[in-house]
Design a protein around this ligand. Sequence first.
Ligand code: DC
Length: 230
Amino acid sequence: MAMPAPVVTVDGPSGSGKGTLARLIAQRLGWRLLDSGALYRIVAAVALARRIDTANGGDLAAMAQQLTIEFRDEAVLVDGEDLSRRIREEAVGEAASVVAALPEVRAAVLRLQTDMRQLPGLVADGRDMGTVVFPDAPVKIYLDAGLEARAERRYKQLIDKGLPANLPALLASLRDRDERDKGRVVSPLKPAPDAFIIDSTSLSIDRVLELALDRVRAVGLMGDTNINQP
Ligand code: DC
């Protein structure tokens, strides 16, 4: 049987910087990128727009299976409509955390994720990439950071994008989301037993990237020619 395409998983809580790290690793390796959180955000955004009950797993899963989702550079097109900005709103992030706790929704999203595993390789970021979706990934990174540091980063990201932001509200929302993501029965957020844990609270993104690439190199997934590329 052919070897499956290699995967680097990057899991961690909201605001830990895993999205940025995953994008940089994918660029460095020239691999595809899977932002699995975007899929849950899309399900939530469409449910809110169509007034589908965010507690009804069956209806949400049926809706999710009908969607045509395209990732084009930084843009996310859903049935041809550009939802890139909408899915980054805090209200959608909150709703995404709610719908992501439903087993029917996770099952519907699973296939979309595993379909993206193609050569030369995939970098996948989320909550359960290393534990459930790609348990055989040769490199698993769990990126953590303190709650305050994560809230401040998220605040800055929203302001930079010209979106509304409120620091105390972000802190409370991140705390809620952590509890929901870690406490749910299906695919809770936790490091895989074989994950390499990085705490980014006081590390620059450059340092975090260096630590992650050391792991990739250590398992032989990165030729030396790639090491010094920008
Ligand atoms: O990473 P993010 O903030 O874009 O994710 C949005 C929500 O989706 C998050 O609160 C939890 C959920 N999620 C998940 O349950 N499993 C994943 N693999 C990715 C995200």
